[in-house]
Write a protein that binds this ligand. Structure first.
Ligand code: PLP
Length: 358
């Protein structure tokens, strides 16, 4: 049974709505073998959202988004994306048989473009979109006009625009709770904050429905170059846009607020905190995940681990806690920074010689 179907009673889905699925969700929770012990944590787990059909948690959103568009007989799926939302929507659009049009964040990496194109999506890359807050907001207003013309919405993976489809992402929390071992802390990479908010709301809804013993602290982790929420959570302020997003981490370059104010309030209510991490540290954790844990994440997917490290440095996590890092997207999606070392060999016998020396 699909995760949306399984947890349907915890989601507000009209009874008659047919739910599309490509096998999203039910992602593995694996115990850390090396990073956890190295950090002094007894119970660190990774939730592998990398193993969704299109390689990121956005499939949980897209499955419900396209189910909704199909029920509404929408003529097109119109979206904005830095890549993963687009890849997910493009895939689910094929099974809904609805053409998919995606306004891309300037600089969307090739892996993600290739994936969207493979599913037949129409791609528009708009200069400075997602980088400069003023231009981003202007373009977004323009897209709203197009959406009205087509009598449809804009698919953005944020509650501020798509509260219905974003509920699909709450299934991450339901899956984590359903094991009977609800974590004390969850670390979440954040751009516009929709993912963080969905996870916080998922735990809250589960607690209400199951009279759970404790709540999970949900922590919001952002790159320093896109601090719209993390410092605000820490300082009890409101979320604030950044003029220019300076982080290089694809997926987290979101200078606008989107779900920011709800994130600040609801993360604080869970007892969670905000953490800022450098791009360099994110890349180092991406490498550690790949080399020590066998988990290939895109840089954005490793942000949660960088946030956990900060929390431990600041003495804000109990080492006996059950901690989960959400690994949000697959490494295959963004390989542009990778420089694999390859030994080129002309004659096979040279290979034998080299192997004998190892
Ligand atoms: C979209 C995305 C995020 C961030 O989600 P927001 O809702 O914008 O905070 C994190 N990691 C990956 C891989 C993503 O695709």
């Amino acid at each position: 049974m699909s995760t949306l179907q399984k947890y349907r009673t915890l989601l507000e889905i009209p009874d008659e709505m047919q739910l599309l699925t490509l096998g999203e969700g039910h992602t593995p929770l694996v115990r850390s073998r090396s990073i956890g012990p190295d950090l002094g944590l007894k119970n660190l787990f990774f939730k592998l959202e990398t193993l969704n059909p299109t390689g990121s948690y956005k499939d949980r959103f897209a499955a419900l988004a396209l189910s909704g568009l199909l029920a509404d007989r929408a003529p097109i799926c119109l979206a904005t994306s830095s890549g993963n939302t687009g890849a997910a929507l493009a895939a689910y659009s094929t099974i809904a048989n609805i053409p998919c049009h995606i306004a891309l964040i300037d600089g969307t990496p090739m892996g993600k473009l290739t994936q969207m194109y493979a599913h037949g999506a129409h791609l528009w890359m708009l200069k400075d979109f997602g980088k400069d807050v003023k231009k981003t907001d202007e373009i977004f207003e323009g897209l709203k006009g197009i959406a009205r013309e087509y009598n449809t919405g804009i698919q953005v993976s944020a509650f501020s625009t798509q509260p219905f489809a974003m509920q699909g992402v709450q299934t991450i929390s339901y899956e984590l709770c359903d094991r009977g071992n609800q974590p004390q802390d969850v670390f979440v990479p954040a751009g516009g904050g929709g993912l963080t908010l969905a996870i916080a709301r998922g735990f809250q809804k589960w607690s209400l429905a199951h009279k759970a013993l404790h709540t999970t602290r949900v922590h919001c982790v952002q790159p320093e170059g896109n601090d719209t929420m993390a410092s605000a959570i820490r300082n009890g302020k409101r979320a604030a846009p950044v003029d220019k997003s300076t982080t290089t981490i694809s997926g987290l370059q979101v200078p606008s607020i989107l779900d920011g104010n709800d994130v600040v309030r609801e993360v604080t209510e869970t007892g969670g905190n905000g953490y800022l991490v450098t791009d360099q540290r994110i890349m180092e954790w991406q490498e550690s995940l790949a080399r020590k844990e066998g988990i290939y994440a895109e840089p954005a997917g490793a942000v949660s681990v960088a946030g956990l490290e900060r929390a431990l440095q600041q003495g804000e996590i109990n080492v006996n806690d059950n901690v989960v890092c959400i690994i949000t997207g697959h490494g295959f999606k963004n390989t542009s920074a990778a420089k694999p070392e390859v030994v080129h060999i002309n004659e096979f016998k040279e290979l034998k010689k080299l192997l004998n020396k190892l």
